[in-house]
Design a protein around this ligand. Structure first.
Ligand code: 6PG
Length: 247
């Protein structure tokens, strides 16, 4: 069954960051009240930088239940963890190093693993351990943040990739020839679609065509295949990214 997506359009990138940071706080408080902990998946790329910075600053910083928050990643480029293109490094600099989050509650994807397939298997084991999963059980995160590329990719799920058909593995190594850093590790669709909340953050006029393709034209692009089965799906767009929508 297809989830209904909510589309929230805000003025600009600054408001997007502000609203998204507040959404993260809201999801965190809800998750901690319901389940005692907040399992958060961060997005990579550039768009979330400002959101992370807002979350790391007052008043959001002081409203977050950091001691009960556990941080994971939706995808990673296969580069050393301190490389300029590392999603972990971006999150560390903008958010993780700025807040009282216990470092043992942060789970970087092993982008630095010599063998990305082995790195993906190791991360799947980490998820099973930290989330306390039974064999074969799909991880259910409280909030998954995602971005979208110009071609409709999300996390490291690129158009035409065989990994889009993955039904068993929660984490996979992928080779995306179209990407500047082709070798990557990503969560797979079954995991994204098991989340309680999925929040897409999309900003800028260059994304408008892909936004229209996914939300209006229902094109079969990876971002459009994120349809949480029982969860809430929100697309948060700035005005420029929403400018080609017919609604
Ligand atoms: C990555 C991503 C990727 C990203 C989109 C949007 O590691 O590259 O996680 O899916 O979210 O490419 O990236 P921007 O926000 O930089 O446009």
């Amino acid at each position: 069954m297809e989830a209904a997506s909510e589309v929230v359009v805000v003025a600009d990138a600054a408001e997007l960051a502000d609203r998204a940071a507040q959404s993260i706080v809201d999801s965190a408080l809800e998750a901690v009240a319901a389940r005692g902990r907040f399992m958060l998946v961060l997005a990579g790329g550039d768009t979330p930088r400002r959101t992370y910075a807002r979350l790391a600053a007052a008043p959001r910083r002081d409203a977050m239940p950091w001691a009960s928050t556990f941080v994971f990643f939706g995808d990673e480029r296969c580069v050393p963890l301190d490389h300029a293109d590392s999603n972990y490094r971006m999150a560390r600099e903008t958010l993780l190093d700025q807040v009282p989050l216990p470092s043992e509650q942060v789970f970087a994807m092993p982008g630095d693993a010599p063998d990305p397939d082995a790195g993906a298997v190791a991360y799947a084991r980490t998820l099973a351990r930290v989330l306390g999963l039974r064999r074969g059980e799909v991880p259910r995160f409280d909030l998954v943040l995602l971005g979208m590329g110009l071609d409709g990719h999300t996390a490291s799920l690129f158009p035409g990739s065989p990994v889009l058909k993955e039904i068993f593995r929660p984490v996979a190594a992928v080779h995306a020839t179209a990407a500047a850093i082709p070798q990557r590790i990503t969560l797979t669709l079954p995991v994204l679609n098991a989340a309680t909340n999925v929040l897409f953050l999309v900003s800028g006029p260059e994304k408008a065509k892909a936004v229209r393709a996914v939300l209006d034209e229902r094109a079969l692009l990876p971002a459009g295949m994120v349809q949480p089965e029982k969860g809430r799906l929100v697309w948060m767009l700035d005005h420029a990214a929403a400018s080609q929508l017919r609604r």
